[in-house]
Design a protein around this ligand. Structure first.
Ligand code: HEM
Length: 158
């Protein structure tokens, strides 16, 4: 992954700790977290709604469960890589494009802000943004290569 720097895709131990602690606070209310996440996503990009053909509450649970799995393994990126590559490959079939990862990232941060309330702060936001960015870059790179990374970065800087 020549154009993905290690500092961009790997979290430090204190950062992992912040992600895990804040995720525990979200985990108790999985269904609500998913609901809030999709509200934010479809507010910002209503056209993405078309890609979701299944029951959105079932999808919400799958998303938060998968996030939980990723958070639990985030200290071990080499182990996570094949799982993220498979997930990314399935997302191509769902019609997901590289730039969509930016909107999902924004919706995720907004959901975490809503769920954590007064426990949300700039440090938590920065660490989650870094964690999501590392996951998104890894997924995008595995299926769209460098061209995908450039599209994601362009959407992120827009
Ligand atoms: C870190 C990033 C992401 C994670 C962890 C994630 C997780 C998941 C999971 C666990 C599923 C269930 C099906 C499966 O496992 O294949 C799923 C389905 C799906 N995801 Fe994602 N996803 C991510 C990014 C995105 C992005 C960027 C989009 C773009 C809009 C997206 C759109 C979808 C769609 C359309 C489905 C299928 C829903 C359906 O069948 O109705 N996901 N995602």
């Amino acid at each position: 992954m020549d154009h993905l720097s290690q500092t961009e895709t790997f979290l430090t131990v204190p950062e992992i700790d912040i992600v895990r602690r804040s995720f525990l606070n979200l985990g108790v209310e999985n269904a609500r977290a998913g609901e809030i996440f999709y509200q934010h996503l479809f507010n910002v990009k209503p056209e993405l709604q078309e890609l979701f053909v299944g029951d959105i509450s079932v999808q919400s649970e799958k998303l938060t469960n998968m996030l939980g799995m990723i958070v639990s393994q985030i200290h071990n990126m080499p182990e996570l890589l094949p799982m993220l590559a498979d997930l990314a490959q399935r997302h191509i079939v769902y019609g997901v494009k590289a730039e969509h990862y930016k909107y999902v990232g924004d919706a995720l941060i907004s959901m975490i802000r809503d769920m954590l309330g007064s426990d949300f702060n700039p440090e938590v936001e920065a660490v989650w943004a870094k964690a999501y960015n590392g996951i998104a870059l890894t997924m995008i790179h595995s299926c769209f290569g460098k061209a995908g990374i450039l599209k994601y970065r362009a959407a992120s800087n827009a």
